[in-house]
Design a protein around this ligand. Structure first.
Ligand SMILES: [Ca+2]
Length: 390
């Protein structure tokens, strides 16, 4: 009997120690083109104590980088104010400014190519300059020469920078990423980048240090393969089924997706089908009676967005590296981006099975579906950690 008990205890201890080892500790950077109402992708990373968020980096995409990093700083200030461990961890996160423009594409080249390449329903920073909208606080677009302008007004404006935000104010994202990869490689480790904007910062990091990709697990919200048909099925689809991050900077996307990252996952087409229900949004944005101004501000990002009903593209792009078990079906492909300007394939991704692919392409994991119920549970509880903190 005693021998059995000892064996049982030993195997229990082994089981427990295995479980301890299996708690994921993830070093992570989120790289994004922040615009209005884009705080929610930060929540799952900030709310999970097993995620070490090394920084959040900014890039040009939906708007110019200067405006994007302004939004980011405001979001990080709002999440860092509650007196609990999640908020204290969030207050330590760096905001790092990145590339001001794509490698090659500009608003002018986008317009000049449109007769051959076609148009984007939403063209982000490549939309024409709109002085009236910008005077009212809208995200800047067009006028590349003056891309450092910031139009944030009222509650959208970040306050004076202090702490981690001040310390990181003069960092530059490509340099920062190169350094983090060097540090990881020196420990024979990797860190994860949730790249939920154009890949310009990563392409610039690679140009600085060809070894950079080897220290990085890349999770890219882009590389859509099925847009050809989906985008013509309805007007809404022509907005939702666009590989915008790739289209904004096709040359960067091609360079990055061909580079030897430790892992590449393209979080693409399926995300455009995943849209939070009104019930999910109201649970995520629920406030207590004693909510602070910052908590009310964060709740409005969800409950009163500039545009309603958008897919959870970026939220999924950040959640999957933290919770890869959400993926229910995935394939492996060899993927490339067409970066030849002046034709309909410019900025579009293509893929092949291994044995049929052109040479020089990386293997890419391509999830096709996730556990949406569980994803939205994480979405709600992560938002509530900052909107209705305990
Ligand atoms: Ca984005």
């Amino acid at each position: 009997m005693r021998a059995v008990s000892v064996a049982l205890l030993t195997s229990l201890a082994a089981l427990l120690s295995t479980q301890v080892v299996e708690v994921r500790c993830l070093d992570m950077v989120i790289d994004n083109d922040f615009s209005s109402n884009s705080v929610t992708p930060l929540f799952p990373a900030l709310a999970n104590a097993n995620v070490s968020l090394l920084a959040v980096t900014s890039v040009t995409g939906n708007t110019w980088n200067a405006q994007s990093v302004g939004h980011l700083r405001r979001y990080l200030q709002a999440v860092g104010t509650a007196n609990n461990s999640d908020s204290q961890r969030a207050a330590q996160v760096k905001a790092v400014s990145g590339a001001n423009r794509a490698l090659v594409r500009t608003p002018d080249s986008y317009e000049a190519d449109a007769a051959l390449t076609g148009r984007l329903r939403f063209a982000g920073a490549y939309r024409p300059f709109n002085a009236t909208a910008e005077a009212e606080g809208a995200d800047p677009s067009g006028d590349l020469q003056n891309n450092a302008r910031v139009t944030l007004q009222g509650q959208e404006r970040p306050g004076p920078l202090s702490g981690a935000l001040q310390e990181s104010a003069n960092l530059y994202a490509p340099n920062f990423l190169v350094e983090k990869s060097r540090e990881a490689r020196a420990k024979n480790a990797t860190f994860s980048i949730a790249a939920i904007g154009p890949l310009t910062n990563l392409a610039l990091a690679q140009a600085q240090d060809p070894e950079f990709p080897k220290g990085v697990e890349l999770w890219y919200q882009g590389g859509y393969l099925g847009t050809g048909l989906e985008a013509v099925l309805s007007v809404i689809n022509s907005d939702y089924y666009v590989d915008l991050n790739t289209a904004i900077d096709p040359e960067a996307a091609k360079a990055v997706l061909r580079a030897p990252y430790a892992r590449i996952v393209c979080v693409a087409d399926f995300t455009s089908k995943i849209i939070a229900s009104n019930d999910t949004l109201s649970r995520a944005a629920a406030l207590s009676d004693s909510a602070s101004d910052d908590q009310r501000y964060l709740a409005r990002q969800i409950s009163d967005p500039v545009e309603v009903g958008l897919p959870a593209w970026d939220d999924i792009g950040v959640a999957l590296p933290i919770y890869p078990e959400l993926i229910t079906k995935s394939i492996k492909v060899r993927l490339d981006v067409d970066a030849r300007a002046g034709g309909p394939a410019y900025g579009k991704a293509f893929a092949w099975l291994d044995d049929l692919a052109p040479s020089g392409l990386q293997e890419v994991e391509f999830p096709l579906s996730i556990n949406e119920t569980r994803f939205f549970e994480i979405y709600v509880s992560a938002a509530q950690a900052f909107i209705n903190p305990k």
